[in-house]
Design a binder for this molecule. Structure first.
Ligand SMILES: Nc1nc2c(c(=O)[nH]1)N[C@H]1C(S)=C(S)[C@@H](COP(=O)(O)O)O[C@H]1N2
Ligand SMILES: [Mo]
Length: 517
């Protein structure tokens, strides 16, 4: 296990010099995320939620620890079987690193160096535990004198050299600590980017470009309702990144190319000297289950995507914008939706702050009406104007739908699940969304009674969720409440239960309460 530890810590330290994504441990974990079969992914997300990444890292550590233990046990009796096992893991790690987006042959170096040191450690330590051949002169002396002391000496000489083993183990621990510290210190980039973010000034927004004020009656007047604006710290986070990409504004570039009249490369200064807008938009994840909380609303500061595209001049037969993040994730967004006048933004600010690192610092996309997986690329660095029949993106390659318009959804937020409900007047409240179509009606049904209109709070815009409340005269017993919404096109939310795959869940949300007298 120490040999494995030494391989990983040295690999991680060397990776800090090559590229932190070439670290053996992270490269393997990243590949697992990208190549896990869809059912396995869904199961782990169901079971673990956003703890799926720590769980993956812990699981990998356990597998590696077991592999190290097995290699150690086998190396002594069946040399070099243990070394071969470590070598095989090293080779796998090296291949995973080379295959990462942005990776090259050099990305194998950290793993291979780490594995070489690990194998050497394993061999030396296993050797120390092999029975030592007695030295001829000393054993001769021992036989002649036949004293208890010399007998002991003879015994020590034919048994494993525990002292040497312990010295080697101690050195291994020291090396792991030193290489680990070096690796972490060298990979402090994320810390540096956080410092930059703290001092960053967002571009100013002229009064005529700022988001309309949020009316006071945007949420029902009842305790425990979902706030209209979601705080940055509370905003749901979904992405495939094990480590949040660390990109400074100085390093950031956006290359616009492909089926365009003119290629363009933008840097941070060229972007933020444009006229910025602020818009309030609700984002939703396609993986959201009926009643789930993978949705949030923020005020985004940014620049119209349509204007930037127009500068490059998309060719008439192009129909897709393939956007790529600095860590190689991609989304394919219909050009039609990006240029139809909706507030599709290349965003740099979230609720008046620079984007938090995990929400795409320094630059991301926000497109009203489309699920995040086809539109909301964080840490975006590349735009290729192309066609749906030429290109595909990260999640569409994994069985999700090519197009991702957001489906109408409604959620009962209060009373909370398992809350004790007292008979009498109970204010039920919730959230409904159908971004870019808007919500025009919400109805609630108690058990198998008739649908009744909920009280709609003021609508902010068609691009944001809408809050509602419903006065329920609750009678003692077990009751189930259902909710459904109607969108701006007059379409009533369907009862048909469908899972998130491949283009968003459908069905009515319901909650069952025990009402006490
Ligand atoms: N680079 C990158 N951008 C990404 C993703 C990702 O995995 N990588 N996930 C997308 C998905 S599926 C969603 S729902 C939104 C979520 O944005 P948020 O984490 O800021 O809420 O980001 C999108 N942008
Ligand atoms: Mo998503």
């Amino acid at each position: 296990m120490l040999a494995v530890g030494i391989s990983l810590s040295i690999g991680h330290a060397v990776a800090a010099a090559v590229d932190s994504s070439s670290s053996p441990f992270l490269a393997v974990a990243d590949s697992v995320v990208d190549h896990a079969p869809a059912p396995v992914r869904e199961l782990t997300i169901d079971l673990l939620g956003t703890a799926d990444k720590p769980a993956l890292l812990i699981g990998l550590s356990l597998i590696l620890a077991v592999a190290g233990a097995v290699a150690g046990l086998l190396e002594r009796p069946r040399r070099p079987v243990g070394s071969v096992i470590l070598g095989a893991f090293g080779l796998l790690g090296a291949l995973a690193a080379v295959a990462r987006p942005g990776g090259g042959l050099i990305w194998a170096l950290p793993t291979l160096l780490g594995a070489a040191v690990g194998i050497t450690t394993l061999r030396l330590m296993a050797e120390a535990l092999l029975p030592q051949a007695p030295a001829p002169t000393q054993s001769g002396t021992a036989t002649t004198h036949n004293s208890p002391a010399s007998e002991q000496t003879g015994h020590t000489q034919t048994s494993p050299d525990r002292r040497r083993f312990l010295v080697l183990a101690g050195s291994a621990v020291t090396v792991i600590a030193a290489a680990g510290t070096a690796g972490l210190t060298l990979s402090r980039r994320a810390a540096d980017v956080m410092v930059e973010r703290t001092g960053l000034r967002l571009p100013g927004v002229l009064a005529r470009n700022s988001a309309p004020a949020v009316p006071a009656d945007i949420v029902p007047d009842a305790p425990g309702v979902t706030p209209f604006l979601t705080g940055n710290a509370e905003f749901y986070r979904i992405d495939t990144a094990l480590r949040v990409p660390a990109l400074t504004t100085g390093e950031w570039r956006l290359r616009i190319h492909g089926m365009v009249e003119r290629e363009i490369e933008l840097d941070w200064d060229a972007l933020v000297t444009r006229e910025a807008l602020e818009r309030i938009v609700t984002l939703t994840c396609v993986s959201n289950e009926v009643g789930g909380d993978l949705a949030g609303t923020a005020a985004w500061t940014g620049f119209p995507i349509a204007d930037l595209l127009a500068e490059a001049g998309p060719l008439p037969d192009a129909d897709m914008l393939l956007s790529t993040s600095v860590d190689g994730w991609t989304a394919g967004t219909p050009l039609a939706e990006l240029t139809d006048g909706r507030d599709a933004l290349l965003a740099v600010g979230m609720n008046g702050q620079p984007l938090p690192l995990e929400h795409g610092y320094p630059v991301r996309q926000v497109v009203p009406g489309l699920y995040g997986y086809v539109s909301a690329t964080k840490w975006v660095v590349d735009w290729e104007v192309t066609r749906f029949d030429h290109a595909s993106a990260y999640w569409t390659d994994r069985g999700w739908s090519e197009r991702g318009p957001i489906r109408t959804a409604s959620r009962i937020d209060r009373p909370a699940p398992l809350a004790e409900v007292r008979a009498g007047l109970v204010v039920v409240a919730g959230t409904s969304w159908a971004q870019h179509r808007g919500i025009t009606r919400v109805e609630v049904r108690v058990d198998d009674g008739a649908w009744r209109d909920a009280r709609l709070s003021t609508a902010y815009s068609a691009d944001t969720w809408r809050m509602w409340s419903f006065d329920w005269s609750a009678e003692p017993g077990l009751h189930t409440l259902y909710v459904r919404a109607t969108d701006g096109r007059g379409e009533v939310q369907t009862q048909e239960r469908r899972p998130p795959v491949p283009d968003g869940a459908t069905g009515w949300h319901s909650r069952t309460f025990r009402v006490v007298p």
